[in-house]
Design a protein around this ligand. Structure first.
Ligand code: TYD
Length: 132
């Protein structure tokens, strides 16, 4: 079983370049309440190391490449993200870590809710308890 749920975004490519569309209720399976992105990431400084209680997210590596590790408490899987037309769904209670960023990596995230620290599970043992 794979934890990877890849979402095909709408890609419109023509001689002028590539245009990629993500719409709530179409490609994105939730109402988008927040968008954020990460850039200037360091290859040796992984990020994430948390799960969310309820938040749903879709990650799109819009430039460069990176790896995202997903862990549901049983299965741990590392996915390489390098296609700007594909989103990786990161559901609730999925521990995630991001690493191996290329220098030009821009990681865009669509989220189903506003930022709320109370929704984070940052402690791996708490995560293991919740998923056992
Ligand atoms: P965090 O989610 O912990 O990122 P990572 O796990 O990749 O390091 O967020 C890092 C900091 O940014 C933290 O202090 C909270 C803040 N932050 C916001 O204020 N709003 C947001 O939407 C996000 C995602 C983070």
């Amino acid at each position: 079983m794979t934890l990877a749920k890849w979402i095909d975004l709408k890609a419109v490519s023509d001689p002028r370049g590539l245009l990629v569309v993500a719409e709530a209720g179409r490609q994105i399976p939730f109402d988008i309440r927040r968008v954020y992105f990460m850039r200037d990431l360091k290859v040796d400084e992984p990020r994430g190391f948390h799960a969310h209680k309820a938040l749903e997210q879709v990650a799109v590596c819009v430039a460069g490449s990176c790896s995202i590790i997903l862990d549901d408490g049983t299965t741990r899987e590392e996915l390489r993200c390098e296609d700007p037309t594909k989103g990786l769904y990161v559901g609730p209670t999925i521990w995630h870590e991001m690493q191996d960023f290329s220098p030009d990596c821009v990681l865009l995230m669509f989220a189903s809710a506003e930022y709320d620290e109370a929704d984070y599970i940052r402690d791996m043992s708490e995560f293991k308890e919740r998923t056992s």
